[in-house]
Design a protein around this ligand. Structure first.
Ligand code: BMA
Length: 382
């Protein structure tokens, strides 16, 4: 009898570890060999999204409006006293072996920030404005045929592989103090339904775009043995669920479904923006739920936030009622000589929307770093 009970427990434990006992329909990370930390991050984000929205900001610790590289500072913290719960980073120009990314953030500092904020309880997401491998131009060089040129058999396939090798080296360097890989939400080939990057829909067939995605994930997983990445599928605008999924590469290579959209409408027409965003978020969340994926608004914002109530009258109604895991606003660059405009999306002390951001921060649905850390998204079970 004792033997039988022991056998039962052994089978049960092995079964649990292998995921056998999860119902076939349960949500799971797409990588069968995902690290424990990546699995845990997926499960926690999936669970939390029914109740909370994590607030994210691009490059939050690296610089803000009027400052750069001040240890421990973020523009968000100047308003609410703590950092965002999610931080976005971009590895554009890593493929060039550059010391800094396309927005002047040194890659070494980026790795330090990532280790630091992960330890403090924030989640990391990484995008990649990679240059055009066919022409050597920027990510915005939309030369037709670039995607086909880097697929197996294409003239730039070897170049693309060498770029993926560099991404792998960077990702392999993201470890915590205990030597464990820091899980990352990786969002390559973003805004696929736009028309401004070489990987966007007007420059390649849907089939080529899907092949590129699958090739990239398989290369990083199988050749490079990276198992701490969750993959974020991301579109720009879309008309309906079918359009949203037109470039979707498959449930086995995606963990998060998301889209990017900014408010370009003037403040007086914000209702129009809210309405369209609510419709899109609804479609996104329903689609993500039916595929058992996490849903996110991966980039949004209103440049220079001229609306003093933008956070509670625009962003909150867009994210509050829907099971979205996170919402990220783009970077706080400050004055941009090339456009002659201020280019920032997050608040900072003294900014016209700062008081409203504080109210947004206090809303029970929002998670910033401390509350998120208490939710133990990154933490190992003791
Ligand atoms: C854009 C702008 C650019 C930047 C790029 C990549 O939206 O912010 O200035 O280089 O993103 O971060």
């Amino acid at each position: 009898m004792l033997k039988r009970i022991r056998k039962f427990w052994v089978v049960l434990c092995v079964g649990c570890c292998a995921g056998w006992l999860l119902p076939a329909s349960a949500q799971q990370v797409s990588d069968k060999h995902a690290t424990k930390e990546a699995k845990r991050l997926f499960q926690r984000l999936y669970t939390l999204q029914s109740k909370y929205r994590i607030f994210g900001h691009q490059d939050a610790l690296a610089y803000g409006v009027g400052w750069k590289g001040i240890p421990g500072k973020s523009d968000v913290a100047t308003v609410v006293g703590e950092h965002p719960g999610l931080m976005g980073w971009d590895i554009g120009h890593l493929e060039l072996d550059a010391a800094k990314n396309l927005d002047d953030v040194p890659f070494d500092s980026m790795k330090q920030y990532i280790r630091q904020v992960h330890a403090a309880g924030s989640v990391i997401t990484i995008s990649w404005h990679l240059r055009n491998p066919l022409t050597g131009g920027s990510a915005w060089d939309t030369t037709h045929g670039t995607v086909a040129s880097i697929l197996p058999g294409g003239s730039k396939h070897a170049v693309f592989n060498s770029w993926l090798d560099k991404v792998a080296v960077f990702m392999q360097d993201l470890k915590d103090d205990n030597g464990r890989y820091i899980p990352v939400l990786f969002r390559p080939f973003h805004e696929v339904t736009g028309n401004w990057f070489w990987w966007c829909k007007n420059n390649a067939t849907a089939e080529n775009i899907q092949q590129l995605w699958r090739y990239t994930v398989q290369y990083l997983r199988e050749q490079k043995k990276l198992h701490h990445l969750l993959y974020v599928y991301n579109t720009a605008e879309f008309a309906d669920a079918q359009a949203f999924l037109q470039y979707y590469p498959g449930d086995d290579v995606v963990d998060v479904m998301s889209f990017d959209q900014y408010q370009h409408e003037p403040v007086a027409q914000k209702q129009q923006f809210i309405q369209i965003m609510q419709q899109r978020v609804q479609v996104l969340c329903a689609t993500a739920q039916s595929h058992k994926k996490i849903a996110a608004l991966a980039e949004t914002g209103m440049e220079a936030v001229p609306d003093p109530q933008w956070w509670t009258t625009v962003l909150l109604p867009i994210v509050e009622r829907y099971p979205l895991s996170y919402v990220l606003v783009w970077r706080n660059h400050g004055y941009m000589p090339s456009t002659g405009k201020m280019h920032y999306y997050g608040p900072y002390a003294g900014q016209v929307s700062a008081a409203d951001f504080l109210r947004f921060y206090q809303h029970p649905v929002m998670l910033f770093q401390q509350k998120l850390a208490n939710q133990k998204v990154n933490k190992r079970k003791r």
